[in-house]
Design a protein around this ligand. Structure first.
Ligand SMILES: [Zn+2]
Length: 538
């Protein structure tokens, strides 16, 4: 019985399993059937209301080729990074937050009788795939028609939120525009980027720009940044899901603006040449290092259900870890050949190391136009060394330093050309004390401008309330021997300093046919000085 019981029991289990299988089979068939029907009606993925997108942020880029012996920067490397990001997520937008048409050494070189003036930059930016830019102060360094040509050549979108163009011939004010054969396309105050992802989530992202009003030129009107930005954001908020700023302001102005725009998660800024990441409330302000030494990659996720945006930002080094995009590199190389052809007319080995500095040489405009700097002191020392006799003082206009960057490491003749792209001869002068006083006072009042002087052996003593020249208070009756630039004597920068002024009793000019007279070109003056300086390389 026991055996039978066992058999029964065994059979019972068998039956039970069999019943279970029969119960399961139709269920499986039903489920499979259902799934097949569902697939036919709707794709597997559905709109989850969440979308992720990237911004690749650059700002203040004047140099198209890598710097510091090829170790950092370079737009061809940026192009590779852009391609990589776009491959990972097609919703990638590449932006440049102002300052790219000037200053640069290439820009000052003439081609076909015209100065290049940023044409090299626009061609490279077009090839790199820049999508959106805002005006920086340096865009107005070039002439009205030159800027018009650059806007016409660009394939990217400009944001002109806080600037207007004044036609200097007619006086008519308008937005900036791009001219085509038949139409004028006005540069917008705001721009909307519409994107969607694979599961069908789609959103609109609105952009506004801002430009600080430091470069006062006749063809530009500056609007109030705060008011225009608030208006732009208000209007964009009604039409879009997310609003983003592309600004060219001082960091203090950016933070002030951020405080007024809590609904804006990100202000991608420029103008400050070193990387910055600060936040006010939920608004993040970022700036990358100038000349594409770094770039910011922002990955944003927007949730349509919660209307929340999250921002994750990474500062990426642009260096030899990124290979150079071939197409962009060939354009960069073309411009480099044009530059080298011009430089080798003046120096034999443009890329030889002539000096190595451990200390940053501060050639930023924001500093040089306001205070005495290490590079200003060095250039003045170089000028004093080439003078034919001892000078009481040396000075030049800070505006002749154009590189707007800090230099560290190896220095080459090309760097000197980049620091002082206009070059030009020096002149020694005998100047009466009373005129010198007027010149120094005018320069002191021109703080923040190119007419502010970098000087040596002369400073203002607050204690004595007088200028001290060569160790003694300035004597209006005395005649001083000074070295300066021929450019300054033209009276363009400082109105009080003009070669025809009777206060200048004698001008000693270099012999243009004497190649050993280094006063013929301040670039050669400074190169010679750096070669003779003990290198700081270990
Ligand atoms: Zn700037």
């Amino acid at each position: 019985m026991k055996k039978n019981e066992q058999i029964v029991s065994y059979q019972g289990k068998k039956i039970l399993i069999g019943v279970m299988i029969w119960l399961l089979v139709p269920t499986l068939i039903f489920n499979l059937g259902c799934k097949t029907t569902k697939e036919a009606v709707k794709p597997i993925s559905t709109d989850d209301g969440i979308i992720t997108f990237n911004f690749l942020q650059l700002n203040d880029v004047y140099e198209i080729a890598p710097l510091e012996n090829g170790t950092v920067g370079g737009m061809a490397r940026v192009a590779t990074l852009r391609k990589r990001l776009t491959n990972e997520n097609p919703n990638t937008l590449t932006v440049l937050a102002g300052d790219f048409l000037s200053p640069s050494l290439i820009g000052t070189i003439k081609q076909n009788g015209k100065r290049i003036k940023g044409a090299q930059m626009v061609e490279v930016m077009n090839a790199t795939g820049i999508d959106l830019v805002t005006f920086g102060n340096h865009e107005f360094d070039i002439k009205e028609q030159e800027l018009q040509d650059r806007i016409n050549e660009s394939k990217f979108t400009w944001l002109g939120t806080s600037v207007r163009r004044i036609n200097t011939k007619t006086g008519k004010k308008s937005k900036f525009y791009q001219e085509t054969d038949s139409t004028l396309n006005y540069v917008p105050d705001t721009w909307i980027w519409e994107i969607s992802d694979e599961d069908g989530t789609s959103i609109k992202i609105g952009f506004f720009g801002a430009t600080l009003d430091m470069n006062q030129v006749k063809y530009v009107e500056y609007l109030d940044v705060t008011n225009t930005c608030l208006e732009a954001v208000q209007s964009l908020s009604l039409q879009t899901d997310v609003v983003i700023g592309l600004t060219h302001l001082n960091v203090a102005e950016d933070l002030e603006l951020a405080a007024k725009l809590p609904q804006v998660p990100l202000l991608m800024g420029g103008h400050d040449h070193h990387h910055i990441r600060e936040s006010v409330g939920n608004t993040l302000v970022t700036k990358a290092d100038a000349n594409a030494k770094t770039a910011y990659v922002h990955t944003l996720t927007y949730n349509k259900n919660t209307r929340k945006t999250t921002v994750s930002s990474k500062l990426i080094d642009i260096n030899d870890q990124l290979h150079s995009d071939e197409e962009v590199k060939s354009i960069v190389d073309k411009w480099k050949r044009i530059m080298d052809d011009n430089i080798t007319k003046i120096v034999d080995q443009p890329y030889a190391e002539i000096y190595y500095t451990k200390v940053s040489l501060d050639a930023r405009e924001s500093v040089n136009r306001k205070e005495q700097t290490n590079i200003g002191r060095m250039i003045n020392e170089a000028m004093m060394k080439v003078a034919k006799r001892d000078v009481d003082l040396s000075f030049f206009n800070s505006g002749s330093i154009r590189i707007d960057d800090q230099l560290k490491g190896p220095i080459t003749p090309v760097d000197v050309f980049r620091i002082l792209p206009f070059g030009g001869p020096l002149a020694e002068i005998d100047i009466k004390g009373d005129l010198l006083k007027k010149v120094l006072n005018e320069s002191k009042n021109r703080v923040g401008q190119g007419a502010y002087l970098q000087r040596k052996k002369v400073f203002y003593s607050d204690q004595k309330e007088t200028w001290m020249v060569n160790g003694a208070p300035l004597d209006p009756e005395k005649e001083y021997h000074a070295i300066t630039t021929e450019f300054l004597l033209k009276g363009i920068d400082l109105k009080t300093l003009h070669l025809n002024d009777p206060g200048i009793t004698k001008i000693y000019r270099p012999d243009p046919d004497d190649p050993t007279d280094l006063r013929n070109n301040v670039i050669l003056t400074f190169i010679d000085y750096l070669i003779k300086l003990p290198s700081e390389r270990d």
